[in-house]
Design a protein around this ligand. Structure first.
Ligand code: ATP
Length: 246
């Protein structure tokens, strides 16, 4: 599985937010999409999941665009949004049933996975709860469980750490590591740079809608000529260079 973003220019109106963005996410890889508020992380993700249409450039999964084959393209992606989106009138169990149906999963296998995930995220005794009763973090965990029962080829995760407690953050990172091992590709946006530095295999540094640098930590450190630099140092150094140029 390869997600390939090739020279993507796009956004919400004719004035583009993203300019000539290119990078890849390969099987077994966790790629961190790194950037400050407004850098264009969610916009990139909205293009990948097909909510926005490229003005220029192309996004492919295994060589296929959304326009080529919407069913095949979408079935490969599980998306965890920054803001949980739940149906107020459905219980937790009904959310899981809906996901199983939408992805055409084997019911008993998917429920087996769901039981384990519900236990991990301490939701196993809340199957009959409605979203109104959930805390913000619990809602986010429901989205995580729904996404991970699909065993998708590509996970797209938008800023997952802000609403989660430290235990749930660790559980999510363990889950991501397990899915990587299974061969899934993961694109994760975040501005929690210390966590990204520790867990991501590859970084795409976005600033003002452009990719300023990309590579693994070693490559980025080489690029900036500082072999001890943290991801925060590298990112801030890079954005300062750009702001001075502007
Ligand atoms: N729905 C929208 N309509 C118009 N412009 C938008 C919309 N959403 C975001 N933008 C603009 O696109 C740019 C990039 O925003 P985006 O949400 O992609 O940033 P981000 O890197 O995800 O930031 P954050 O870390 O704050 O979530 C910003 O200038 C923002 O104002």
């Amino acid at each position: 599985m390869t997600l390939k973003i090739n020279k993507l220019t796009g956004g919400y109106s004719r004035i583009p937010v993203l300019k000539d963005v290119s990078f890849k996410v390969e099987r077994g890889q966790l790629v961190g999409l790194i950037g400050l508020n407004g850098a264009g992380k969610s916009t990139t993700i909205n293009h990948v999941i097909g909510l926005l249409v490229p003005q220029k450039g192309k996004i492919t999964i295994n060589g296929i665009t959304l326009q080529d084959d919407p069913q095949s393209y979408k079935s490969k992606i599980a998306y965890i949004p920054e803001m949980p989106v739940l149906y107020q009138e459905l219980t937790l169990k009904e959310h899981l049933d809906l996901t199983i149906m939408a992805y055409g999963l084997d019911y008993s296998q998917a429920w087996q996975r769901a039981q384990n995930l519900l236990k991990t995220f301490r939701l196993d005794n809340k199957l009959n709860w409605f979203p109104a009763k959930f805390s913000k973090g619990m809602r986010q965990k429901v989205m995580i469980v729904c996404a991970f029962i699909t065993e998708a080829d590509l996970y797209v995760v938008d800023e997952p750490f802000l609403g989660l407690d430290p235990l749930a953050t660790k559980d999510l990172l363990d889950l991501i590591a397990a899915e990587k091992k299974r061969g899934a590709a993961i694109l994760m946006s975040t501005h929690v740079l210390a966590t990204a530095q520790e867990y991501c295999d590859y970084f795409v540094l976005l600033h003002q809608g452009k990719v300023r640098a990309q590579g693994d930590l070693e490559h980025l450190r080489n690029l900036y000529g500082d072999f001890d630099a943290s991801l925060t140092d590298l990112y801030l150094g890079m954005t300062q260079d750009v702001n001075e140029d502007d």
